[in-house]
Design a protein around this ligand. Structure first.
Ligand SMILES: [Zn+2]
Length: 332
């Protein structure tokens, strides 16, 4: 079967009919490895794992939801093509997400968020959960673990990121954060609370699942249609593109700009999010728009110029992303 036909076929079916399960997937040995990591750290608490639409732990439970697309490489490929980024592609990256989610599990299992010292360090867990958070890149008050300055999203995420940094094997958090007293104090609190958790019985055992993959009626087409964002209006970009590219030079060294823009999309979506907090689906929409525009304008570059135009385009996208994170729009 043609890959395109296969994708259309898979993407149109309800997700629950795709027969997705954890058993037998490449995820399984990584989850085993993580359980071993918890055991070696002396914890008696064990999370449950299940497949759902995205990473998460439902409040008040000890069950970790893992994105279903990680169960099969072809679904991960569809996901990256439609959203711009995969969270947890390689075992190393998967463990980063598991350590973050396990922070939520500890928080709920021992109701740490009710402790006055937790609230003083991280804030009230009842604070509204703002999806469109606007991080301050390189803030010294927070640890850094997942991309997008994720600790700045909410007190619960701040805790989960702190736990993830604290629990990463072989990582010397005292040395790394020695010059950042706010972040270091959070890590030290985590160290105390986790020391208690080694000997205490969990208060919560609920492993209820939220949106388990076998219950999802929507198809991939429907799921990604609702998640796809339109690019904000960015007038005046023709001038910027004209600065980076030239009218397509003739062969043999002349290249079209549009395929280059397309080829840079996955890594730019991921890396721009990592360092700015600008969501990958927004970068993707912005790059699709730029790709269409360079095509319409007939822009290109000389082959030896590819490193320069790649850097120039990356700098332009990063500047637009920073502006959006700081002000909620690309242009003043
Ligand atoms: Zn989280």
């Amino acid at each position: 079967m043609e890959p395109a036909f296969l994708e259309t076929h898979v993407a149109a079916r309800p997700i629950r009919e795709l027969g997705l399960r954890l058993a037998g997937t490449p995820l399984e040995p990584v989850l085993e490895r993580y359980l071993g990591e918890l055991e070696r750290a002396g914890f008696r608490l064990r999370p449950r794992f299940y497949l759902s639409t995205e990473w998460g732990v439902a409040f008040g439970t000890i069950a970790i939801a893992i994105p279903f697309y990680l169960a099969r490489p072809e679904l991960a490929a569809i996901h990256v093509a439609r959203t711009g980024m995969v969270e947890g592609a390689e075992p190393h990256d998967l463990l980063r997400y598991l350590r973050h989610e396990m922070g939520h599990v500890f928080n709920y299992a021992y109701k740490l968020y009710e402790r006055p010292e937790w609230v003083r360090a991280f804030g009230a867990i009842t604070q509204p959960y703002v999806e469109e958070y606007r991080p301050q890149p390189f803030s010294r008050r927070f640890v850094r673990h997942l991309p997008g300055w994720y600790a700045q999203k909410h007190p619960d995420e701040d805790w989960a990121e702190t736990f993830a940094v604290w629990s990463t094997p072989g990582h010397d958090w005292r040395a790394e954060y020695a010059d950042r007293p706010h972040a270091l104090a959070k890590l030290a609190l985590c160290d105390r609370l986790m020391d208690e958790a080694r000997t205490a019985e969990p208060l919560v055992h609920d492993d209820g699942r939220d949106e388990e993959v076998g219950t999802i009626d929507t198809s991939l087409d429907e799921l990604y249609r609702t998640e796809e964002l339109a690019a904000d209006d960015v007038p005046g970009l023709d001038g910027a593109l004209g600065n980076i590219f030239v009218p397509r030079p003739p062969p043999p060294s002349g290249r079209d700009a549009a395929p280059l823009v397309r080829a840079l999309e996955p890594s730019l979506c991921t890396e721009v999010y990592r360092w700015t907090g600008h969501f990958p689906e927004r970068t993707r929409a912005l790059m699709r728009r730029l790709g269409n525009r360079v095509h319409e304008l007939g822009l290109g570059f000389e082959a030896p110029d590819e490193p320069r135009v790649t850097v120039a385009l990356t700098a332009l996208i990063t500047a637009l992303a920073m502006s959006h994170v700081a002000h909620g729009r690309y242009l003043p």
